[in-house]
Write a new protein. Sequence first.
Length: 280
Amino acid sequence: MILESTNMFGRRIGYNERKRKRKRARVRRMRVGGAVRWYKRKGWVLTLLVVAAVAGLWHSRFYLQQINPLELRHLQYIEIEGNRMLSWEDVVQSAQVETGMLMSELDADSVKKSLLRIPLIHSAEVESKFPSSLYIKLQEASPILSVLEDGKGTVYSERGLSLPMSMMTALHLPILENESIGKIKQVASFLSAMRKENKALYDRVSQIGWSEKDKAFDVYFKDVGFRVMFPATDWDKDLFTLYDALGKGFRKEILCAGEVDMRFHGFAYIKNIDKRCING
């Protein structure tokens, strides 16, 4: 015969279910009792150790704050991208870094400044990557102009720094007037902007200088006989496009000009027109 009973909510509880509940309660009491007995025998030792460790950490907290995790790591990998003329060893030596050095001694800004001292480098990006590597991305310099003096040619980069290149290379670049050597960085920036916005126009530059009187760049192109004055700042694509359009739309007038003034935004002034062109 199966015995049944009803709990306070009206649910019928069978004999087997009551038996299982009593067993679970007995197991819980045994586990709690076992934990209490273990704590009485050994647990207090663990508690004492934890308390001692916490107290020790609290008293040495000042020294713990001085620990630099970077000092536990050393530089293992150096990745370099964009170097063609410079070898891996050249870049690492110039950056003043080496594998095995502490990561705490590695400063990305200092590495970048060291790299930019090299004339063959135009720009550099330096990034320290976790846990122990250094990433360097370079844009190497390219020749932009040259200076001819005493039978020698010196090639300069976009930053106005001299490059170790041959006389033959110097002769194929726009030549800077010797009187304007003090403005070489500004001239290099101007030619760099022209090459970026209008490469074909840059390729036609024969000679360039700085006019202190007009506060402008004097540019002489290979395909015309007049000088062109470009502004000292604010070089954009529209400026060089306007000059190209001038040559196409006013070909006859521009060929008779002595000067073309491009210093005023959106305008070009043709000056000193040859009288023979007017009469003819």
